[in-house]
Ligand binder design. Sequence first.
Ligand SMILES: C[S@@+](CC[C@H](N)C(=O)[O-])C[C@H]1O[C@@H](n2cnc3c(N)ncnc32)[C@H](O)[C@@H]1O
Length: 341
Amino acid sequence: MASALDRLTYAARQTARVAWYAGHYAAGRRLLKPMPKPDFPVGPTPSRDELTKDMRAVFEREWQDIKAGLLPVPRSLSFDPGEFLRRSVLYFRDLPQVDARRHGQSEELPPGEQGDGLPDYYRQNFHFQSDGWLSEHSAAIYDTQVEVLFTGAADVMRRRAMKPIAEWMVGRSQRHLAGLDVGCGTGRLLAFLHDAWPGMKFTGLDLSPPYLVEARRLIGRTARVKLIEGAAEKLPFDYASLDLVVSSFLMHELPETIRQQALAEMARVLKPDGLVVIVDSIQRGDQPSWNGLIDLFPHYFHEPYYAEYANGSVEAWGEAAGLKPIASERAFLSKIAAFNR
Ligand SMILES: C[S@@+](CC[C@H](N)C(=O)[O-])C[C@H]1O[C@@H](n2cnc3c(N)ncnc32)[C@H](O)[C@@H]1O
């Protein structure tokens, strides 16, 4: 059961994270050259106050689930202040390159060789980030970039996937369960899942070898978490072989046909009583008074598939892939959609 000290530690840790990344966001805005104003219609956008309140409400919901004994108190994945600083320096050093790409002054493609098996849709500078998904440098600064974008709320949005998982877990023995994180990236959601259910076997799958190396570094050596190179649209698992499939912030990075194949693959590998949980950006209509954010996002960040993603529905795509939507939560700028078969 969570104690008063747990509450204090949780609040202090989350407040410090938000302050740290909000500081990066503010400093970054001053360093970046302003982008030209959008020349297309932009829907309504929330005020900064409204966004802050909404973000706080997500932390509060997580705390209530911790207090109710549904979720564990999340540990800080890195305690080392030197590590935070090192990543911060890397992030700021890289900003001028990101800015040049934002203003169309640089068009280099990520490293690697054509013909190495990686699909063309994948080999791009997503978010204008240096090296796309394809270098150690990119893997080392990705988490900072995402947390700056979400002002310290990226991890808590990922962790909201754990609520439907915890509810589904009731009456199940974790030692007999196998889970998969599709597009696990640097492994943050996997690390939280492994902390919460250390007896369960997890696999993290991603197309990027350097991101998998970063995930291993974060999670540590454990036979309970395997990390493998692979494609979401061709999962190397048998029909009905997994109990749990999760995926965070992958759907909006995929072209339509690949995304639908990936969802169909998740449905194929899931056991009949299994659970799929998808975390990704809100879509148009999830919070209509924020639709302008959805319009602006691909204008400021290189997100080739986001506009198409944002105009659809993860729930409907899941259904088309043979999954049944059972729960959904909007958590700040993300939504969490849970499905069974
Ligand atoms: C936006 S990141 C999300 C990473 C992580 N899940 C998170 O919560 O931060 C997208 C990740 O998906 C991976 N990815 C993109 N397309 C993929 C595909 N077709 N199959 C497997 N991984 C893919 C990328 O390498 C990258 O690590």
